[in-house]
Design a protein around this ligand. Structure first.
Ligand SMILES: C[S@@+](CC[C@H](N)C(=O)[O-])C[C@H]1O[C@@H](n2cnc3c(N)ncnc32)[C@H](O)[C@@H]1O
Length: 252
């Protein structure tokens, strides 16, 4: 494990204790799948569609509310995450509320699963920011069967350019250049990767994917500011997209 990966592992163990252990329980029980900072419902966005019968790998599953939703809708998910604390919360939710499905403690850049095991690889603010694209995107391609889909959400490049060094929400000024956030170690935070759209298209293409869509999400009218991951306000994200969702198919 690289120093960056083990740093992020410690960070997420701490975030779990501070926030997501409690939040994860609530998210597990949500009847609809909620995407991102402003909890946009899957029933409205229809990014995954009918998942019944699909083999799915969720990379950076965290407390695995998304995989729980998949399992309740007839899919066979496997959740993969680096943080033992996040997976502990997921296991507790499985025991308390069901459904049960496999959870694997591993780095999304090197997943200990066989090739071609999945029809869908999904990640909601998981590997998109926390892993090196040149390593995790080919790994997602390896896990997918031909024709399988990759759907992942990550922070927009623009939000990474505008977030201040002190913790706090993004303002209306560019505070750094694109090269500064391609790989960035935030003060007191983790190591993240924020390529531009052109680079995403390049790495997806080289890894055998065809891009079907890029959704630049905006909050709904009346959205409230995120509770604990306050990188942008609802007002900011209403003016500039703060979150991207990529939808791609393994064609190569
Ligand atoms: C924002 S959280 C995930 C949110 C998730 N959708 C949920 O509902 O809990 C990011 C997750 O990525 C995980 N992560 C960070 N680096 C990772 C890596 N290299 N491999 C796998 N997971 C990683 C963290 O442990 C954390 O659980």
């Amino acid at each position: 494990m690289t120093e960056e990966i083990s740093h992020n592992r410690e960070l997420w163990n701490g975030v779990n204790t501070a926030f997501t252990d409690r939040d994860g329980e609530r998210r597990w029980l949500e009847p609809d799948l909620r995407w991102g900072l402003f909890a946009r419902p899957e029933s409205e966005l229809v990014l995954l569609g009918d998942v019944a019968g699909l083999d799915v790998v969720e990379l950076g599953c965290g407390t695995a509310g998304l995989s729980a939703w998949l399992a309740r809708h007839g899919a066979r998910p496997v959740g993969v995450d680096l943080s033992p604390a996040q997976l502990r919360t997921a296991r507790r939710c499985q025991r308390r509320w069901g459904p049960e499905f496999p959870l694997v403690e591993a780095d999304g850049e090197q997943v200990p699963l066989r090739s071609a095991v999945a029809d869908l690889v999904v990640s909601e603010h998981g590997v998109g920011a926390w892993c090196e694209p040149e390593r995790w995107v080919p790994e997602a391609a390896r896990l997918l069967r031909p024709g399988g889909r990759l759907v992942f959400m990550t922070n927009s490049l623009l939000s990474a350019l505008c977030v201040p060094d002190d913790p706090g929400p993004a303002g209306d000024r560019l505070l750094r250049g694109v090269d500064d956030v391609r790989t960035v170690r935030w003060d007191g935070g983790g190591v993240e990767h924020h390529p531009g759209h052109g680079e995403w298209v390049g790495v997806l293409g080289r890894s055998g994917f065809t891009v079907d869509a890029l959704h630049e999400l905006r909050p709904p009218v009346g959205a409230v500011d995120p509770e604990w991951y306050e990188i942008v306000s609802a007002r900011w994200a209403g003016r500039w997209p703060a979150e991207d969702i990529w939808v791609a198919r393994r064609t190569g």
